[in-house]
Design a protein. Structure first.
Length: 197
């Protein structure tokens, strides 16, 4: 599954980047940027994003985050865990020019998760394994720090549909029930270091 997602992202990136370069070759400015969300790293979630300009004020971004880590207790059972894979595509409109100052965006996140024993997520003493998707709107701002470096902040709100199987404890394999939830609220928060080509 990971290899398929990786290959699809690379294929899409090369197609979009080729189109962006050919259609924007007479315009000034960057056509592609790589980034990482610093707010995601403290959760032990390595992440990377790529953003491509496809019109003077329009860009398309895709961010991937993966947390494959699970902690174990002394008895060998699993403790608190927030394992997940997140794909976060977004289309952005920039009010001045791409990769500079204010923007608004429309994002459609997708996630696969295996979360256990996290009180603020409502999974205390149980494990939720499932997937989710939705849509949301975001607002952000990008500061130019140098010729190739930007700092970007964004926040988004929206809707998520979550479908998960619930297990009675963090290490048990017997499914207790399936839960479907509808969530409305924050769907994105980012403070990203951006390298612009």
């Amino acid at each position: 599954m990971r290899k398929v997602v990786y290959l699809l992202v690379l294929l899409a990136a090369s197609c979009v980047q080729g189109y962006a370069q050919s259609s924007l070759e007479n315009e000034r400015g960057a056509t592609i940027a790589l980034k990482t969300n610093a707010l995601y790293w403290p959760t032990a979630t390595p992440n990377v994003g790529m953003e491509v300009r496809w019109a003077s004020k329009w860009t398309m971004e895709a961010e991937i985050g993966l947390n494959p880590f699970a902690s174990k207790k002394d008895d060998g059972s699993f403790a608190r865990s927030t394992k997940h894979f997140r794909l976060h595509p977004e289309i952005r409109y920039w009010f001045t020019e791409s990769f500079y100052k204010h923007f608004i965006g429309l994002h459609v996140p997708f996630l696969i998760y295996n979360v256990s024993d996290v009180r603020w997520l409502g999974t205390e003493d149980e494990r939720h394994q499932g997937w989710g998707t939705g849509a949301g709107l975001s607002y952000g701002y990008s500061w130019v720090l140098g010729k190739h470096w930007n700092l970007e902040a964004s926040i988004g709100v929206g809707y998520l549909y979550l479908n998960s199987d619930v297990y009675p404890c963090t290490h048990c394999g017997t499914k207790r029930k399936t839960v479907k939830k509808h969530y409305v609220g924050p769907t994105q928060a980012a403070l990203s270091a951006v390298y612009v080509f």
